[in-house]
Structure formats: C-alpha cells, structure tokens
Design a protein around this ligand. Structure first.
Ligand SMILES: [Zn+2]
Length: 59
C-alpha cells in the first residue's frame, strides 16, 4: 500500500525522495499548513473582559 496525499489524495513519493512527505508536493504541504493556521486563528482568544465598558461605545 502506498501513502496518499491528505490534501489531493494523489500517491505520495517515498520519504527518501520527497522533501514534502507525507504530502505529494510542497504545494500541498503549504495548503495543509494554511488550513491548520486558519483553524488556529478561528479559535477565539480569551475574552478580554465581560463588557466592562468599551470606550468606543456611545449610548
Ligand atoms: Zn497533494
């Protein structure tokens, strides 16, 4: 059984001949990294306070 690229599902070259392993290419590696970072950014940071007065808010 040969490994498949998790991004595009193509066959992946062996690790020895493939610097982007376990992806088929550097492009797919970057796509995965981009997705991963995107998800990380989507996780909301800790709430900065419970609405204890926002200066920009006008009545
Ligand atoms: Zn790929």
């Amino acid at each position: 059984m040969s490994p498949r690229c998790p991004i595009c599902k193509k066959a992946v070259a062996p690790r020895a001949a493939n610097p982007a392993f376990p992806f088929c290419s550097t492009r797919c590696k970057l796509v995965d990294l981009d997705r991963w970072l995107g998800e990380a950014y989507r996780i909301p940071a800790e709430p900065a306070g419970d609405g204890a007065g926002t200066p920009e808010e006008e009545p």
